[in-house]
Design a protein around this ligand. Structure first.
Ligand code: GH3
Ligand code: MG
Ligand code: MG
Ligand code: MG
Length: 399
């Protein structure tokens, strides 16, 4: 993301540059200090951070950029003057230059803006004017917007598209906001799909009821642009943290592949979706001896190497789980055990050519594609793994 900073205060400018460099890995900045330089620029930027008062302009630079449909965030010391200016709604946001905390806010806002490009919001609102205003504000902060006239249309859009956030009116024809919320909550929890209610209703009790039914937040009409922006961005931040947290809880800390709790909580459900599938159980040979000879740290390195080697040779749709200490399970949808054998055999050959700090290791495996349940299939694969061990290790057994 290319960001242009138009700011004549050298101190403030270098502060912003430093913060952006430190916290926004995706950003590249360029800085200038006058309107004249801005007019002479040939380059295009994704975002413009523009001082309200420049040595050679008092807002004309903003008109100039908005006319060219540029995305502008204003930096200003003159809070009151700016808030009452015509620019307030047309620029994406504004930041008051009074202390470093506002730079902190600016950087967080840009970070959110950058992430928002992958986030889909669904607006359910029967008033065209209000819906257009909400859409305008949400698109300004880089969100992708879907529009529905009522709860019924909204449910249709929801079933055909990936939606990350819902903003809904209460009073709407066909299916109203409350019924719509209840329908949404049948399938998606409040941490899974946040829901903001916006209504001109003045009945606080009703808002509270909706919060209890699973709405995440509410806003009363008429609302200010900044009110909507701040609430939406806050909810998206929380939602994102929850997602990361949930994902981390499913992953094994050492190898980064799924952990046992993922197997117990989710693989069962995925398992039944496919009619054809295989399970492979892999176990490193003589791992205890490796630990005893070279130490646990080297053992850990080998575990990581093993997990990474598997990961880079299975398909995107295959799922790898750390089943136990040095035992891994691979779930392969749409795969027969003969096909799974080919994949594991390739991994076996690759490992034969590689080493970790000069140490070579092998694995044994059992594969099954028979069995009605996940537990049955695992049991069969495990039996074959045991057989592979008994027959001398470094073997893959499918019968
Ligand atoms: P086999 O060929 O029959 O599989 O023998 P093995 O030595 O590989 O199997 P065994 O089950 O006897 O030993 C597994 C060892 O794995 C014992 C345990 O200390 C070690 N281990 C389990 N988890 C970890 C880990 O996270 N890091 C390291 N370094 N070692 C681990
Ligand atoms: Mg309405
Ligand atoms: Mg072992
Ligand atoms: Mg073992």
């Amino acid at each position: 993301m290319k960001i242009l900073i138009v700011e004549d205060s050298v101190i403030y400018r270098s502060l912003i540059e430093k913060y952006i460099q430190k916290y926004l890995f995706f950003a590249k900045t360029k800085s200038i200090s006058t309107f004249e330089e801005l007019k002479n620029l040939k380059e295009d930027f994704d975002l413009y951070l523009v001082d309200y008062i420049l040595p050679d302009a008092n807002g004309e630079q903003i008109d100039y950029l908005l006319e060219k449909k540029k995305k502008v965030i204003v930096l200003t010391q003159y809070e009151k003057e700016f808030i009452h200016s015509k620019y307030k709604d047309e620029v994406i946001n504004y930041v008051i230059k009074d202390d470093v905390y506002t730079i902190d806010y600016l950087v967080k806002f840009i970070n959110r803006y950058y992430k928002n490009k992958n986030i889909n919001v669904l607006i359910a609102e029967d008033s065209t004017a209000i819906r257009k205003r909400e859409k305008f504000i949400l698109e300004q902060i880089n969100l992708k917007v879907y529009e529905a006239n009522n709860g019924k249309e909204a449910l249709e859009i929801l079933s055909n598209n990936h939606i990350d956030l819902i903003i809904s009116d209460i009073n709407m024809p066909y299916i109203d906001g409350e019924k719509f919320l209840l329908k949404v909550r049948e399938k998606h929890s409040s941490t899974d799909l946040p829901f903001i209610v916006i209504s001109s209703e003045n009945d606080n009790e009703h808002f509270i009821k909706l919060l209890k039914l699973g709405a995440n937040d509410y806003l009363k009409k008429p609302f200010l642009k900044d009110e909507l922006v701040v609430r939406v961005n806050n909810i998206l931040d929380i939602y994102e943290r929850m997602k990361t947290f949930e994902l981390k809880a499913k992953l094994d800390g050492l190898t980064g592949v799924f952990n046992r709790s993922y197997l117990e909580n989710e693989l069962d459900r995925i398992f039944s979706i496919y009619s054809k599938k295989s399970i492979a159980m892999l176990d490193i040979d003589f791992f205890k001896k490796i630990n005893d000879t070279y130490g646990h740290q080297i053992g850990d390195e080998i575990l990581k190497h093993f997990a990474n080697t598997i990961k880079s040779h299975i398909r995107k749709t295959d799922i790898i789980i750390r089943y136990g200490g040095e035992e891994f399970l691979i779930f392969m949808p749409n795969t027969t055990k003969q096909e799974a054998y080919i994949v594991l055999h390739k991994i076996k050959n690759i490992l034969a050519k590689e080493d970790v700090n000069g140490i070579k290791y092998t694995f044994s495996a059992g594969i099954a594609d028979e069995g009605e349940t996940l537990a049955e299939m695992i049991k069969l694969a495990d039996k074959r793994l045991y057989k592979a061990k008994k027959e001398g290790r470094n073997k893959i057994i499918i019968k």
